[in-house]
Ligand binder design. Structure first.
Ligand code: UFG
Length: 330
């Protein structure tokens, strides 16, 4: 029996593949390689290059590999792109997820784990850590496309009692595999830690800090940065729980501790030893001032105990990966 990982060649998906591979699980990956890379996978993990929107292909893979669980990462993730191309995002993230869920249900694959996001909360009405029962009010098509998939999963689990899912709402995922086997490789990345590391290594001439006038301790936005390996562990725990007959669950994944943009930049300067220059510019549209997770549910229900909750470790592992990428491309 195998676990099907969609988007397994992408940033978080590839860490998940390694996590399950390390624990001796049989895994099969579907990825269309639109943003992922096949070289990141363990050599003995089968990769089917194709699109999850191809339902016949998905059904074939489920049958051929005896798939009994699906972890679904494949999708588009750039928030501003979703604003300019909403229909593309609803197609890729929502319509294709619907087809995947349908294939799972019809093939009797009853354990489904979905990669959701803090973007489902939009701009929270509070600066306190956000719990799962806070209002769901996404402000981008990206957030809406993910929320719509959560809703489909909820309704499918209601209609088909054998089908159970876990949706994990990620806060700011960062860092790389401490063993250096996987990391964030996406070109034209916009995420803070990757951009800052690239600037420190001279791969970018400069970087911007978007907004210094927020109502936060130092005026810059606060985020809950979570190490990608801890996130992969949360999925592994969710998988074990579903296999043990656990019911459907939605859970946040974050550390419950926020860092400002300036604090992150200090950590990157510490790790790299480079005091790179930054430009202070206007706010970026759609940035909530503060997003910090209340992840008590992941702790109590999944037994999730993060072991990489350290901003310096997050930055150092991401920096090592960035150095490797630079060498690879020169
Ligand atoms: N930032 C900068 N300069 C940069 C990049 C980012 O100042 O070059 C700031 C942003 O303005 C923001 C913070 O750093 O205040 C974090 O920005 P990221 O782009 O790294 O991450 P986001 O918080 O925007 O995005 C995250 C997830 C998304 C999710 C979103 C929900 O990565 O998948 O939270 O709000 F949708």
């Amino acid at each position: 029996m195998s676990v099907l990982i969609t988007g397994g060649c992408g940033y978080i998906g590839s860490h998940m593949v390694w996590e399950l591979h390390d624990s001796g699980e049989s895994v099969v990956v579907i990825d269309n390689l639109s943003t992922g890379f096949d070289w990141v996978l363990p050599k003995d993990v089968p990769l089917v290059v194709g699109d999850i929107g191809d339902q016949a292909l998905v059904g074939q893979v489920i049958r051929d590999h005896g798939v009994n669980a699906i972890i679904h990462f494949a999708g588009s993730i750039v928030v501003p792109d979703s604003v300019t191309d909403p229909l593309g995002y609803y197609f890729n993230n929502t319509v294709k997820s619907r087809g995947l869920i349908e294939e799972a249900v019809s093939a009797g694959v009853n354990s489904f784990i979905f990669s959701s996001t803090a973007a489902v909360y939009g701009i929270p009405d509070t600066d306190s850590p956000i719990a799962e029962d806070m209002p769901l009010q996404p402000i981008s098509p990206y957030g809406s496309s993910k929320l719509m998939t959560e809703i489909m999963l909820r309704d499918a689990a209601f209609a088909y009692p054998d089908f159970n899912y876990t949706a994990l709402r990620y806060f700011n995922v960062a860092g790389a595999d401490p063993k250096g086997r996987a990391g964030q490789s996406t070109p034209r990345a916009t995420h803070l830690i990757k951009v800052a590391n690239q600037t420190a290594l001279g791969d970018r001439s400069h970087m911007d800090v978007f907004g210094t006038d927020y109502n936060t301790p130092d005026g810059t936005c606060v985020r809950d940065y979570i190490h990608v390996s801890d996130l992969a562990k949360a999925h592994a725990l969710a998988l074990a729980r579903l296999r043990d007959g656990g019911d459907s669950l939605v859970a946040n994944c974050g550390y419950g501790h926020g860092y400002s943009v300036l604090q992150v930049l200090e950590a990157v300067k510490r790790a790299s030893g480079v005091d790179f220059a930054v430009n202070y510019v206007d706010r970026r549209a759609g940035d909530p001032p503060s997003l910090v997770a209340n992840s008590e549910r992941a702790g109590s229900v999944l037994g999730w105990e993060p072991s990489h909750a350290d901003l310096d470790l997050i930055v150092e592992t991401a920096l090592s990966w960035e150095r490797m990428l630079l060498q690879k491309h020169t």
